[in-house]
Design a protein around this ligand. Structure first.
Ligand SMILES: NC(=O)C1=CN([C@@H]2O[C@H](COP(=O)(O)OP(=O)(O)OC[C@H]3O[C@@H](n4cnc5c(N)ncnc54)[C@H](OP(=O)(O)O)[C@@H]3O)[C@@H](O)[C@H]2O)[C@@H](O)CC1
Ligand SMILES: Nc1ncnc2c1ncn2[C@@H]1O[C@H](COP(=O)(O)OP(=O)(O)O)[C@@H](O)[C@H]1O
Ligand SMILES: [K+]
Length: 491
């Protein structure tokens, strides 16, 4: 698990630690770590051309001190001051080491020619869109031919949320201090960071519980069948999906569940969807729901439900969703089911676990919010959704984030933009439903489902050979790659 803390927590921990250390110790530790990473990236420091972009705060101070360390190892280091103030001790150290300050007017050419650019414009103190000249410098750095290393946070990225309101530095590597910040893990900010390197400056004992966590492979623990297992004990997942209009979503959701490790998949829908599912997934046990039917009698026992993909949003769909949500079983609601819930939020008043898996558009309807704002501030909205809807919420999209009231938000580390294609969400619903039926909590099922789904997509897009490059994929390719994704786990 990787841990991230918001700016307020970082500052509180910094304050507590600094009170016990001689002044300047933390900045020296940060700068030493930053310089070490830069030296490693350069390979040969002696003679390298390094440009430091320095803002007026401590982020600029870190970058200037790091520049001084590289200058002492023989690099040609030039610094650009954005604005009228500069960290004076950092500048003095750089000058003492042989580095120098250049005019703002010469910054563009210097950045373009540099072997390495250190972005020290703003760190955790940055707020709102970058002003000038910071914005122009950030754009110049983003287009630089050399390596771009962001100090603590790429300037222009909000450290706590990942929001990017204007220009921001696109870094190859971000060297962050003490703990990760949520904005380094969540898009759009995460996409500006490149590789994130954490430098330990001793904050650990002073930090509270994390605000955000990002699971690693060892944190993903799908249920494993043992000698005593049978199909019922492994977990039966019920899938209520597909309708007269949409049948494909049902096929994809059932496929996700079959390959997700369900002991049995029970599928209930109208006749055309059932016929299609039987052809493609003969493993599934199917039940035909007649038009107008609003109960799910005679379907047999299940341990968890998935409801919604392709279900439709009319009266029949509403009645069936109500039937599922009135059980005492865990229920995952996706797609059309979420559209129904937007007008029937009363159906969420239940004691058993409910897992909602919206994309930003579906969440916008559920919260009566703006889709664009949700995409820009995913962390804030997924938390708000979990609190307001009193459910576990998995918000899909460029970074999938999962919230449950009172728990750190989980950020999925896998995935690829090749997943942005119709039907892949249906696969996720079935896969995650199988994990729920297998006994995982809603939070753990969502975590494991998102992880395996994103990894399967990467494997499908990347092909068998690591040198092969990537290719577009369809939702079925994600299902096909699920066994390979499971095999990567350290079970
Ligand atoms: N905490 C820790 O544990 C440790 C912290 N350390 C380091 O300190 C950093 C935090 O330093 P910090 O607090 O001085 O803030 P920082 O990020 O330099 O930014 C402030 C400056 O930016 C400016 N500015 C703001 N927004 C702007 C905008 N939109 N556009 C343009 N300018 C904008 C703002 O200007 P103002 O608004 O005041 O005019 C102000 O001058 C942290 O990231 C890490 O690197 C390490 O050394 C050791 C351990
Ligand atoms: N830009 C992106 N980068 C990575 N993953 C994405 C991106 N856009 C969408 N996805 C993923 O693709 C899937 C799409 O799901 P969804 O929107 O429900 O599609 P559908 O309803 O067609 O199945 C989700 O798992 C989502 O997280
Ligand atoms: K920075």
């Amino acid at each position: 698990m990787r841990y991230a803390h918001e700016v307020g927590d970082v500052r509180a921990a910094e304050g507590a630690l600094m009170a016990r250390l001689p002044e300047g110790t933390l900045m020296r530790r940060a700068a030493a770590g930053l310089a070490r990473v830069c030296a490693g990236l350069l390979g040969r420091v002696y003679g390298a051309d390094v440009v430091v972009l320095a803002g007026s705060g401590d982020n600029g101070g870190d970058a200037l001190y790091a520049g001084a360390r590289l200058a002492r190892r023989g690099a040609r280091v030039r610094a650009v001051a954005a604005g009228s103030r500069l960290h004076q001790e950092g500048l003095a150290d750089l000058r003492a080491a042989g580095g120098r300050l250049i005019d703002l007017a010469d910054a563009g050419a210097a950045v373009a020619a540099a072997d390495l650019v250190i972005d020290g414009l703003t760190g955790i103190g940055g707020s709102g869109a970058l002003r000038e000249p910071h914005a122009t410098l950030a754009l110049a750095a983003s287009g630089a031919g050399g390596i771009v290393v962001a100090c603590d946070v790429p300037s222009g990225v909000d450290a706590s949320s990942g929001q990017v309101e204007g220009a921001a530095v696109r870094a190859d590597v971000t060297v962050t201090f003490g703990t990760l910040k949520p904005g380094l893990l969540i898009d759009p900010g995460a996409s500006y960071c490149g590789v994130v390197e954490l430098v330990d400056i001793g904050l650990g004992p002073y930090l509270d519980d994390p605000d955000v966590v990002s699971p690693a492979a060892e944190d993903v623990r799908p249920p494993v069948p043992g000698p005593e297992s049978d199909k019922y004990r492994r977990g039966v997942v019920g899938i209520l999906a597909g309708g007269e209009a949409f049948t494909g979503a049902a096929v994809l959701s059932v496929g996700g569940a079959v390959r997700g490790g369900a002991g049995m998949v029970r599928f209930a829908s109208v006749r055309p969807a059932v016929e299609l599912v039987r052809q493609r997934w003969p493993e599934a046990v199917t039940t035909v729901i007649e038009p107008g039917e609003k109960a799910l009698d005679g379907i047999g026992r299940v341990q968890a439900w998935v409801a919604g993909p392709g279900l439709g949003t009319g009266e029949d769909a509403e009645g069936l969703l109500q039937a599922v949500l009135s059980t005492e079983l865990p229920v995952l609601v996706d797609a059309d089911g979420l559209t129904v819930l937007a007008r029937r939020r009363d159906l969420l008043a239940r004691d058993a676990p409910t897992l909602l898996t919206p994309h930003a558009g579906e969440l916008a309807r559920l919260l009566d919010a703006d889709r664009g704002e949700i995409e820009a501030r995913r962390l804030e909205f997924v938390r708000r959704a979990a609190a307001e809807l009193d459910a576990t919420v998995l918000l899909k999209g460029s970074t999938t984030v999962i919230a449950e009231p009172g728990r750190p938000v989980r950020v999925n580390p896998t995935g690829t933009s090749w997943l942005a294609t119709a039907g892949t969400g249906d696969v996720l619903s079935g896969l995650t439903g199988a994990l729920l039926a297998g006994g995982l909590s809603a939070l753990d099922a969502a975590t494991a489902g998102a992880y395996l789904h994103g990894l399967a997509a990467r494997l499908a897009a990347g092909g068998a050979s690591p040198d092969a490059g990537e290719a577009p994929i369809g939702a079925f390719d994600v299902i096909t790659a699920l066994p390979a994704a499971f095999r990567t786990l350290p079970w």
